[in-house]
Design a protein around this ligand. Structure first.
Ligand code: IPE
Ligand code: IPE
Ligand code: MG
Length: 257
């Protein structure tokens, strides 16, 4: 089943000519990407949705390479949401096998680039083989000090916030702290993104203009960028253009210029 869709990925197509870009002057430290549109990409080609997810995985690999080439510190990739369990079992199973497939072919390159892998979301509810991939890729990259690639797997912003609140409440109940000692900084230490640079740029592909439960606390002051491009067609060139636009935005954070 997994090998069935080899050949449909955009990695198999003639590659686009490499464009030389001047170095980016202003860059986001942490980019979040809602990788959407795999199903529609496949439907346009009369292929099964799984072929779209396979092509999406190739696009994810290219995007990780591009972020590293552009000197981005951290990229968070929305791979599976807490709502995606509603999908047909066969699609969920395919999606749960993708991390294994991805890391089997990419882990050596990630290690050689010095990439540190992280996961966010409730990984304890993933199938055992997916959890094993999570553990192995964390172990293999734990000593790295380069770009962080944070995979959101069984992640939902609301569930992350509920979990953070319950952790704090337990500390209050145990007498280790008082309710009025809660600050924004402290609250952030309970979130899945603790220790990562602040999220400053969110990209969503496929023309949908919503966050779909992605990093809802962290995106409060992030710049948002939407494109109609379907995720498997997203390219290094488009990422470069998006970051250029990020650099042109005036970030006032409520202040005056
Ligand atoms: C994004 O593509 C991948 C996941 C949500 C896992 P979709 O599968 O949502 O593609 P569309 O939105 O149906 O085109
Ligand atoms: C968001 O895409 C989740 C991921 C990209 C993993 P969805 O396709 O699930 O979002 P909705 O259903 O259009 O909001
Ligand atoms: Mg979608």
């Amino acid at each position: 089943m997994l090998g069935l869709f080899k050949g449909f990925g955009r990695g198999q197509r003639a590659s686009a000519p490499t464009v030389e870009h001047p170095p980016l002057q202003v860059k986001p430290r942490h980019i979040g990407i809602i990788m959407d549109g795999n199903g529609r990409w496949a439907r346009k080609r009369a292929l099964p949705r799984m072929a779209g997810h396979h092509a999406g995985m190739i696009s994810m690999r290219e995007t990780i390479r591009a972020c590293d080439d552009f000197g981005i510190e951290c990229v968070t990739l929305y791979a599976f949401s807490t709502e995606n369990w509603k999908r047909p079992v066969s699609e969920v199973e395919y999606l749960m096998r993708l991390p294994e497939q991805f890391f089997r072919s990419e882990i050596d390159e990630l290690v050689s680039r010095g990439v540190r892998v992280r996961f966010m979301g409730d990984t304890s509810r993933l199938p055992p083989y997916t959890q094993e991939t999570v553990r192995n890729s964390l172990e293999r990259t734990a000593q790295n000090t380069g770009m962080t690639v944070n995979f959101a797997l069984n992640y939902g912003g609301r569930s992350e916030l509920m979990h953070a609140m319950s952790q704090f409440a337990q500390e209050v109940a145990a007498g280790r702290t008082c309710a009025d000692e809660l600050t924004e900084e402290r609250f952030e230490s309970y979130l899945d993104t603790a220790g990562l640079p602040p999220l400053d740029f969110v990209i969503r592909t496929s023309g949908e203009i919503r966050l779909s439960n992605f990093l809802i606390w962290q995106s409060a002051y992030a710049e948002l960028w939407f494109t109609d491009t379907l995720w498997p067609d997203f390219s290094k060139e488009e990422l470069y253009q998006a970051i250029l636009e990020f650099g042109r935005r005036k970030r006032r954070f409520g202040d005056v210029e």
